[in-house]
Design a protein around this ligand. Structure first.
Ligand code: ZN
Length: 257
């Protein structure tokens, strides 16, 4: 078996551009200077002005390619089309382009971007994401992978007092494609068949991932979705795609933001 092709940000960008019709749905919001070249920080908005708002992001960790591949597949197969009547999509296909290019978790300055969201002075990539979160979303789906996990799992945080059933619904559907992580403890937190919902109070955490910042900004339902790289890429991508579909199909009736 030949090794998988190395990640290449320019290839990714041209794939995304050719998947979009018209291409002006893609904005190269600003430029990042890193590793001796310029990278655009890219966002895509589809269904602008629709009442429900979803943020889908990938590639904040450069060594987790399934999320980025999922965004490509989502666009190339126009899987958003069934949801365009109600939903405005904001998609960040690759938050850490320099890390993605070389396959490292951290960015060009060896910073884990997903640890920086509590700080005021932040790397450019994080500032870019924070601007996206100036307006809250009904749904925030953050696509990750966990090399240490034997199966799929989810961190869920909801604004409502009672945890919504969304995380369980997503995992029940993902399980048909990708085994779940059945451990009772994942990353030091209690887990129920892949669902981590008893999460730390943001105020008590020294650092914040993007998900906690999104939650603090008023996002109603925040999910960090983790595949297991022990599975082949196509299964991981299918699992993430099913998770996105499940969330869009079952999110509770429109709640005020
Ligand atoms: Zn990650």
């Amino acid at each position: 078996m030949s090794p998988p092709p190395a990640n290449n940000f320019d290839t990714l960008l041209s794939r995304i551009k050719s998947a979009l019709h018209p291409a002006n749905e893609l904005t190269e919001a600003e430029t990042l200077l890193a590793s001796g070249r310029e990278y655009p920080l890219v966002k895509i908005v589809l269904g602008k002005g629709n009442p429900r708002r979803i943020l889908i992001s990938a590639g904040i960790h450069g060594d987790e390619p399934a999320g980025v591949e999922t965004v490509c597949a989502f666009l190339e197969n126009e899987l958003y089309k069934n949801f365009l009547k109600d939903w405005e999509f904001t998609i960040l296909p690759c938050i850490n382009p320099a890390g993605y290019d070389v396959g490292t978790r951290n960015n060009q300055d060896d910073i884990d971007l997903n640890r920086k969201f509590k700080e005021e002075q932040v790397p450019r990539e994080v500032a870019f994401v924070k601007r996206m979160l100036e307006q809250p979303y009904h749904l925030d789906l953050e696509l990750h992978e966990d090399v240490d996990s034997p199966g799929y799992y989810i961190y869920q945080k909801d604004q409502s007092a009672r945890l919504s059933s969304l995380g369980r619904t997503i995992l029940d559907r993902v399980e048909r494609i990708h085994p779940l992580n059945m451990a009772e403890d994942i990353e030091g937190r209690p887990a129920d068949r892949g669902l981590l919902s008893r999460l730390t109070d943001p105020g008590e955490m020294e650092w914040w991932p993007m998900a906690l910042y999104a939650y603090e900004r008023g996002c109603r339902h925040v999910f960090t979705l983790e595949t297991s790289p022990t599975l082949p890429m196509d299964r991981r991508v299918k699992a993430h795609l099913e998770a996105i579909r499940a969330a869009l199909e079952t999110v509770p009736d429109l709640e005020e933001l």
